[in-house]
Structure formats: C-alpha cells, structure tokens
Ligand binder design. Structure first.
Ligand code: SF4
Ligand code: SF4
Length: 459
C-alpha cells in the first residue's frame, strides 16, 4: 500500500502539554457503553459498597472484559439510565489482585504466559489492546504476528504520548518488558515521533539494548499513525489469520501497573481540546468523571458539540451520556452551528481552509482554522472532485463506494474493497460536499460482516 498523506490539518484548540489533575469528584457516572464495549452483564446490586478495582459489569461478547470501579463508593443503578453511578466516593488503595480463582479460564498449555494475559484482562489493561486491522479487541490467548506500540497520536485533539509519559518513562520501559514476556518470538515495533526530537531520543535511550524492540518513525502527517496503515506499511496484510496487536502509550502503562503492582489503572491522562475550550490541556481523570464538572467554566458560552475522541474519528457525545467512558482518550469541543448558511460554500471564505483551494484562504498561506460543525450550506451531493480518493491511505475510491452504497448491492460494495477502509476520516474531512463517507463505510463493513459473512458461516 502506498501512503498518500497530502493534507495538512491545522486547527485551533490543540491541547497544551500541561496536565490538569482533576479534583476528586463527589460521584462518578460510569457509562455502560463505550466505543467498542457494551457492559450489559451488571455484577453489582443497588446500594452495594464497592472497592476500587472491583468488577461492576462485563461485556460478555468481548472476552468478558470488565468495567472496574475507579474508586470506592456506593452503587446506584437506577439513577442515570445506562450508567452505574458511584456515590459517597472515597479514595482508597486497591487491593492487589489475587488470580487463584481465575486459573480455570486459562488454557493449560499457556503456562505463566496465560496467567499474565488473564491478569491483564482481569485488571482492565487488555481493553487498551486492538487488532490493528479490525480495531476490535483481540483474543487475549491468541498468537499475534507482531505488536505495534505507538507513542504517536496525530489525530487533532487526542492525548499525546509524550505528555502521558512526562513522568512515567521508567514505567513505560518496564511495561514494554512485561509485554515482551507475554510473547514468544514476535517483534515489538515501537512507533516514535520525529526520531530527532528530545522525546524520541529519551525513548530510544530507554530501550537501548532491547533487541526485541524495533524503533520506527512514521510520516508526521495524519493518518500515518493509524494502526491499520502502520501494519500494512510494515508488510502485515489483513488477510492472514493471526492478528497484529496494536496499542498506545496508555496500554503499556496499564500493563506495567497490572503486572508490576497487580493493580488496575483507574486514572488516566486524556486530552481536552477544540476551539470552544478556553485553555486546551490534558486532564488526569477517571472513567465516570462527570462531564458537567469537566466542562464547567472551562468552555466558551454558546451551543457546543462534544466529541468523545478526536475530531476525525471520535463519536458525538449524546445528551444522555453523563460521564467519561471507559475508553475515552480525549474530549473535543466544537461550536454547534444551528443557523443555516445558505450557499455558504461559494462565499470567499478567508477564515476557512479547503483542500480544493476554492476559498480565498488559499491566498493566506498556512493558518489554524477555528473548526465548527457547520456544513457550510445545504446538504449537497457528490460533485466528483476526486479529493477523497487523493487523500485515502487505503487506495480505494470513496466516492465510487458512496455511490454504489446508494444504488447497488452489498456484494458490489464488498468487491470495491470497502474492507480496506481504515476509518481515518480523511475523505469526510476534505469532501467539499461534507458527506459522512467514513460513517457510511464503517457501517457498510459491519453490514457486510453481519449480512454476508455471518450467513456464510451458518450455511
Ligand atoms: S475511505 Fe475514507 S475513512 Fe476509509 S481509509 Fe479512505 S480516507 Fe480513510
Ligand atoms: S470528496 Fe466528496 S464530493 Fe469529492 S468526489 Fe469525494 S465524495 Fe464526491
């Protein structure tokens, strides 16, 4: 696959390197749903007192990955729909994990590696691991072809590895050693930002002598940090059986805490950015931290749209969601545009960037755009400009797939290799008609899996 990142994304509101430690909340509102997980099997009762690290619920369709209590508190199940509320919060040390009861779940032939992998699952560290191609949770007892560990996050407004590692480089290095102890012979690719930067030099020094770590540098343009893009660049194609495991900085820190201290990671560093945030920073907070307490006095007045994650791949936070999800790595806040901007896309536009140089801003040179949610005009059809194809790192033809989705069969869409889409969102970003191509393709992949391939298995 040839990587074709041509678009420079410059936006206002990038989180600074500072980390704001959020005060202890009075209560936590922990959503039972996050990007990949649905914690349907609730294991606590109304009014029950729980300890930090205790299992609140599990996702039975994802290797029973647990939702853990970040703090001690009293459970309230009915207070907020689809959330577990923890009231009367107190900060206590977690009891070290005791895995004796869990050994029955571990394949015998895996020995100590199996025990360690199960421990990661039980202590919540496994939830940070991805199958690089499908972005799903891989089997904790499976055999990977290789592991990609990325300290780089290029998507605008997401938590950056060098900030998460400011005081924890030693923990990160030890986490890598633990990771290596879970493997047999598979290489670990360590993805670094600009290899000549100070952070990169420190990182390289910390893994010097580890022959099993292969440092690599990627192009500093989004979406070169996308797991599927990196796996393909390294020569690991999707078609082969064993997955490539992929994870970011927070996963290695969670692995270190789980295997060094036998404790879960209940607090993490996430980003808090976007043009509507007064002082974009990184935040130290735990799942369930009330969104209203994070936003209070920290955002500009006016209607806003909150996104869980980065601006290109994140999901809009609904009014029903009250706290940080278990997987959240950043919150992005944009101005919500409710006014219709009639034929706005043909106005001169000194303040807006366009991949197609169709606004007067093309004369300004590089500048940071104050992004908002406006579509800039009416909903409009594809104008066949081809920009989406130019920027697509997967080498597919987004506009053709978009048209086929409306006029053809799912089999036709599959033949156009929508499965190669890595969900980076670049096509939607550059599209002058502001079509949600990424959203369409993610859904098409799910439909193909469910309607075509699930039928094959049944037949
Ligand atoms: S189709 Fe769009 S979302 Fe998918 S890989 Fe290409 S640019 Fe990214
Ligand atoms: S970028 Fe948008 S308008 Fe242009 S070809 Fe692709 S889908 Fe059509």
């Amino acid at each position: 696959m040839k990587y074709k990142a041509k678009c420079e994304i410059q936006l206002e509101g990038k989180p600074s390197d500072s980390v704001l430690v959020m005060p202890e909340p009075e209560k936590l509102c922990i959503p039972l749903e996050s990007t990949r997980f649905l914690f349907e099997s609730v294991e606590v009762k109304e009014g029950q007192s729980v300890q930090p690290g205790q299992v609140l619920a599990r996702d039975l369709n994802n290797y029973s990955v647990p939702l853990l209590a970040p703090r001690a508190g009293k459970v309230k199940l009915g207070e907020v729909e689809n959330h577990i509320v923890l009231d009367e919060i107190t900060q206590q040390e977690e009891e070290p994990y005791d895995h004796r009861e869990d050994e029955a779940h571990i394949p015998k032939e895996m020995g100590s590696i199996g025990l360690k992998r199960y421990k990661l699952l039980a202590l919540g560290a496994w939830q940070f691991v991805y199958d690089a191609h499908s972005f799903k949770l891989p089997d904790p007892f499976g055999t990977p072809r290789a592991v990609i560990v990325s300290t780089v996050n290029l998507e605008p407004y997401t938590a950056r590895g060098e900030v998460q590692l400011q005081k924890r480089l030693a923990n990160f290095t030890r986490g890598l050693e633990h990771l290596q102890s879970l493997l047999e012979y598979q290489p670990i690719y360590l993805v670094m930002p600009d290899i000549n930067s100070e952070f990169s030099r420190k990182l390289q020094d910390s893994v010097r002598g580890y022959a099993w770590v292969k440092p690599i540098q990627i192009a500093p343009k989004y979406p070169s940090d996308n797991f599927a893009v990196m796996a393909r660049q390294l020569g690991f194609n999707k078609e082969e059986d064993n997955p490539v495991w992929a994870m970011r900085t927070e996963a290695i820190l969670a692995i270190d805490r789980a295997l060094t201290l036998s404790k879960p990671s209940t607090v993490r560093i996430i980003s808090f950015g976007g043009p509507m945030v007064k002082k974009p920073v990184h935040l130290k907070a735990m799942p369930g931290y009330p969104l209203k307490d994070i936003l209070a006095d920290r955002i500009e007045s006016g209607p806003v749209r909150i996104i869980d994650g980065g601006v290109l791949t994140g999901a809009m936070v609904s009014d029903q969601q009250k706290g940080l999800t278990a997987e959240c790595n950043g919150l992005t806040v944009l101005a919500e545009h409710s006014d219709r901007e009639f034929l706005s896309f043909v106005r001169p536009g000194f303040d807006r960037q366009s991949y197609g140089k169709c606004y007067m801003s093309a004369l300004r040179g590089a500048f940071k755009e104050r992004l908002n949610t406006a579509l800039r005009g009416e909903k409009r059809p594809c104008v066949a400009c081809g920009f989406c194809e130019e920027v697509c790192p997967a080498g597919i033809m987004p506009y053709m797939i978009h048209k086929t989705l409306y006029s053809g069969e799912l089999e036709d869409v599959e033949q156009m290799r929508v499965d190669l889409c890595v969900g980076c969102g670049m096509c939607s970003f550059v599209c002058p008609s502001k079509i949600d191509l990424r959203g369409e393709f993610v859904k098409a992949q799910e439909d193909i899996e469910r309607e075509l391939h699930a039928q094959e298995v049944q037949a």
